[in-house]
Structure formats: structure tokens, C-alpha cells
Design a binder for this molecule. Sequence first.
Ligand SMILES: Cc1cc2nc3c(=O)[nH]c(=O)nc-3n(C[C@H](O)[C@H](O)[C@H](O)COP(=O)(O)OP(=O)(O)OC[C@H]3O[C@@H](n4cnc5c(N)ncnc54)[C@H](O)[C@@H]3O)c2cc1C
Length: 415
Amino acid sequence: MRRLRVGRANNLLVRAIAEDSGPMVDWLVAHGFHADPPRPDAREDEAFMCDFGRGQEKFQRLYDDYLVPGGARVMTETRALELRQDERGAVIGVEAQRQDGTRVHVACGAVVVAAGGFSGSSALLRRLCHSDSFYDRGLTTQCSGEGVLMCERAGAQLGPEIMPHMQEYLANPVCNFTDNLIKYLSYAGFLTVNREGKRFMNECLNVEDAMGSGCASLRVQGGAYYYLISQDQVDAIRERGVGGYFDGRLGDYLSKSVASRALVPIPNLQESLDEAVARGQAWRGESAEELAALVGFPDPAVFVATLARYNELCHRGVDEDFGKISPLMNEHAMPLYAIRSVIPIMGTLGGVRVNERLEALGRDGAPIPGLYVAGQEGSGFYTYPYYSTRCITTTYAYCSGRIAGKNAAGYATSR
Ligand SMILES: Cc1cc2nc3c(=O)[nH]c(=O)nc-3n(C[C@H](O)[C@H](O)[C@H](O)COP(=O)(O)OP(=O)(O)OC[C@H]3O[C@@H](n4cnc5c(N)ncnc54)[C@H](O)[C@@H]3O)c2cc1C
């Protein structure tokens, strides 16, 4: 919890979520979920993690066995458009639209908005995250930001920490790196350069704190960057994986991080790279000069100097420029590939400012009566950069939903 209570996080909210996380797991198990206890050999960031398994079946059981028999009316394929308020500003209903275009008015004692954020909206990404140059592989496009906008129109204020939920691995809008093991190359920590062909970070961060400071360093460069890998490195990783390439030189460094995913061979790596080259998203050069010209760096000499300096530091075994650990300092021989990558996102984190009761706060700081916000479009729990703690977003979604639901029910029945 100490790691989460940083920056502009609302400590009361962090504590409320931490306190609810155990009861939340008990509640899920009591309602048909299977939960494995934390593994005895769990890494630090997995120490409290219970595996609930994948798939939608467990949620279906919640609907079939509890929600519907309990009297809930579920309206699928119905889009909430607007909140209704009374003359005091209390939220008393929702206007929605079915897929066939018909309108629905739902009168209610309280509303919990949980529409997942705004990663499906370029306009909101630009406004609230200052850029829309992220790669979303289409999994979160339904999160169009309508929840945040509805709350804003109802008088809610936005929180100070609103951010993309980034992933550190290689992604590309033209080639499908994300369903493909090529994405895990980032865990080898090879040289990474920006659009000018300049090195800009300690690439270790993509291994040690991948979704946190690793992604934050990539994002500073505008979201797009180039990842360098030599043909001999491709051949080794294809056969032996990222772990095999380092051949024990890193001890258990990789297995202690998210990079443990990448310790298997990547047999289709060459084919994936060839396809990326054919589609103009990767380039292969026989010399630094040729590669710089193929990529189209504005000043090829910048890239040539970057590579020479990097190889010199690798040769000396000390990264005087960014402090990368020496086993990850591996000279890049020719032929050399540059792979174009954009930061992938899984959603957004933060939006409407909430208190520890998950009430939405108005512009005067007071709760808007009857309005609660759960899940990723609420602000107060996350601070930038993301914590890199396993499954923290799911934990927040579940716990904030439970707390918001309980408080909303209490408010509605007390009116
Ligand atoms: C590929 C991928 C992998 C992930 N892996 C992990 C992981 O390993 N661990 C982890 O902790 N988290 C992970 N996450 C993140 C996690 O899934 C999310 O943080 C979590 O689902 C967010 O929950 P939520 O309830 O806030 O929003 P969502 O789960 O996005 O739910 C919001 C719902 O609201 C609906 N909606 C949107 N607008 C409206 C509207 N106007 N009217 C009605 N409904 C609307 C949407 O259709 C959606 O069903 C992953 C996400 C992705 C995409």
C-alpha cells in the first residue's frame, strides 16, 4: 500500500480499496468464482495476487444465479447518454438509447457510472492525455468517454491524475506485433532510439518497471520510437528466446520481472520481421548509414553517432550515458534492424474525481448527490506513471465497484 500512496493519490481512497480487497475476494468466491491462493514462489509484485482464471463464464454466473433472480433488470446493447438531475442537482435517472435507436429513460435513486474511461476517443485522449498517438488494438474502443463527459455535464470535476494505461512492449498499427511474440523483444533491453535517431533512456526500465517508468520514458518521446536488433541477436532469440540469448549472464534478473513471459523461443521472429520490413515498419541495413537512410531519420549522422557511442559503451561494459546494467549492454553488429513501435494502451486510468466512498465530486469539492463513479474513469487511486503492480487495475475495478454499489444502495434506500 505504501507504493500506491504516492504523488497525488487520494490516500483515503487507496486505503479503502486495500481494505476491501480481501473481502472482495471472499465475496467473489462466495458467489461462484474460483480463486487460487497466491503462489508460494510469487514475485514481490504478485505476492497478494489470486488467480481467478480467464473467460466470461464466471461473470455469466453472477448474472444468472444472483443478479437476475435478485430482481435486477439487465439492459444490454443500451448506451447511457445523459444523467438526469433534480433542481438540487441530485442525480435521479439516466437517458439511454437502445441499438435500434429507441430511447429509454431509467428513473433511479442513485447512479454508478462505470463506463471504463476514454481510450476509444481520440478527442479525449488529446484533451486529457495530451496525445492520441497510442496504439489500441480495438479492445477498448467501446470506452468512448461518454461516462466522463456525462459526469462533467452533471457538474463533476476531473481529477489531477489522468493517464493512458500503457504497455511497454512493441506494437505497430500496420503489423500485428501484439498477438505475436515479437512484442516481447522489448524485454531484451536493446538500444532504443527516438524519431531523431537519438538514444533517450535506460532500456532496463522496460524490464524492471515496464509499465511504469519504462512506458513513461517512451511516452516522453511522443509515443513512437525505434527498437534496434542485429541479425545475430534475431537468430539467437528465435532459437533460444530472450532468456537464452543472455545465456545465464543475467542470473534470475529476467525471471523476476514481467520479462519472464519472454523466456521462450520466438520461432517465427524472422518471418515477423520480414513481414514488417515488407510493410515498411522495419528496416534492415548493412551499415549504420544505410539503415539511417532507409528509416529516414532527419539527420542520418545523429543515428550513426548514436550507434557508434552505444557500441563503444557496450565494449567498455559501462553505460555512462543512462546507467543500463552491463549484462544488457550488447553491441549491435551488422546487419541491423530498426523496428518502428508505438506505445500500446489497454485503456485509460482516471477521470472524474471521487472520494473514498466513490462519490463523484462537484466543482465545489462536495459530492454530487446520487452520483458514484467506479472503475477506471474515476480519479484518485492512480498516480503517473502506473505502478507496475500485477492486476492492480482489476483490483481497483472490482473493489471500487463494490464500494460504490454499497454506498449507492445505502443512499437510494435512505431517501
Ligand atoms: C488486453 C487487456 C489486457 C488487460 N490485462 C490486465 C491484467 O492482466 N491485469 C489487470 O489488472 N488489468 C488488465 N487489463 C485492464 C482491465 O481489464 C481494466 O482495467 C478493467 O477491465 C477496467 O474495468 P472498468 O469496469 O473500469 O471498465 P471496463 O471493463 O472497460 O467496462 C466498462 C464497460 O462500460 C461499457 N460502456 C462504455 N460506455 C458506455 C455507455 N455510454 N453506456 C453503457 N455502457 C457503456 C463498455 O462497453 C464496457 O463494457 C487489461 C485490459 C486489456 C484491454
